[in-house]
Design a protein around this ligand. Structure first.
Ligand code: ATP
Length: 328
């Protein structure tokens, strides 16, 4: 569905060059739900805008939905849907009118646009909202309408730019359900950007991690997490036993990163669930009581930390609006 090679974009802002995307390769197969994860300013939106023909790459090439991005941008546009961040709608228009208008813009007859509008309001749970003015919709309802708009021409590939940014947890969960259903019921391929770790983890089949314009990792959320060297284990022991307990922990197979606290020992092992009983036996045999234990499975944040030395949360940088305003 998507095959990009060496896709790059450099911006020139006030004589300064910003390499927003530094030659990325992207492969997405039909029916996949792929997440593009990275901190603010990593290059996600720029990549998405290139793949959706809104921005011309400085270098590279891509096939998107079977069309050549550079040679046939109009063909690409016909095949894809794009749900932008806060896409523009007419505030004084009713939801159904907005969707029907979109159908008309795609060349549908009035009757076809009406039929399609009905289908989509049903599909996206907008039936009771279809006569509302678009400006009165809540954030989550608005996102559902944006999705309906992007689906009017029945695209097989849909791009979402940060679909749930700014939504409360309940609306986010609701939107995830809609996104999952889109894939299950319509078999569409989905490519979304996000800086939410939980979104990438629970929604996406596969995740591409981008940092500073480069893809630093890719794989299923589980395989990425498996690359982090093991589970994090924290055990509690009385302060006088910390040294001895750390020594025992350090001898477990594959144990590393052993650190000592006042009354805790932390370490990593390939499998926390099998290492803990073994450690418990060793502690018992030395008469050391364990007061607490915790196994922390690696998260995508641990993946990012391992790859870049920074936490994804710490890596969040405020966007340089000033730069964006001065594109040469
Ligand atoms: N029009 C522009 N002119 C100059 N620099 C730009 C422009 N657009 C983006 N950039 C810069 O390119 C880099 C990547 O930006 P991009 O918007 O692609 O990041 P992002 O990962 O989508 O971030 P966010 O999560 O904030 O949307 C940033 O350093 C940004 O400041």
């Amino acid at each position: 569905m998507i095959r990009a090679r060496g896709l790059a974009r450099t911006f020139t802002a006030r004589g300064r060059s910003v390499e927003a995307v530094k030659g990325v390769d992207i492969e997405v197969t039909e029916g996949e739900l792929v997440g593009f994860l990275g901190p603010n300013g990593a290059g996600k939106t720029t990549t998405l805008r290139m793949l959706t023909t809104l921005l011309r790459p400085t270098a590279g090439e891509a096939q998107v939905a079977g069309r050549d991005l550079l040679a046939d941008p109009v063909g690409v546009r016909r095949q894809i849907g794009y749900v932008a961040q806060g896409g523009g709608v007419t505030p004084e228009m009713r939801v159904i009118e907005e969707i029907e208008l979109q159908g008309r813009l795609y060349g549908m007859s009035k009757a076809d646009a009406r039929r399609r509008g009905q289908e989509l309001v049903e599909q996206l749970d907008l039936v009771n909202l279809d006569q509302r003015l678009t400006k009165t919709l809540s954030g989550g309802q608005r996102r559902r309408m944006d999705i309906a708009l992007s689906l009017v021409h029945d695209p097989k590939l849909i791009f979402f730019d940060e679909p749930t940014t700014g939504l409360d947890p309940q609306s986010r969960a609701n939107l995830w359900d809609h996104i999952r259903r889109l894939r299950a019921e319509r078999g569409v391929t989905l490519f979304l950007t996000t800086h939410y770790l939980d979104e990438a983890d629970s929604l996406c089949d596969r995740v591409l991690v981008i940092d500073n314009g480069e893809i630093v990792a890719e794989g299923t959320p589980d395989s990425l997490k498996a690359r982090v060297s093991g589970d994090g284990v924290t055990i509690g022991v009385a302060p006088e036993f910390v040294g001895a307990a750390a020594e025992l922990a350090g001898h477990l197979e594959g144990a590393h990163e052993v650190t000592l606290g006042d009354d805790v020992v932390r370490f990593r092992v390939p499998r926390g669930d099998t290492a803990l009983p073994e450690l418990l036996r060793h502690l018992d045999s030395q008469g050391i009581p364990m007061t607490s234990m915790q196994v922390h499975r690696p998260t995508l944040d641990d993946v990012f930390l391992t790859l870049t030395g920074r936490s994804l949360r710490d890596a969040e940088q405020p966007r340089t609006h000033e730069e964006a305003a001065h594109v040469a």
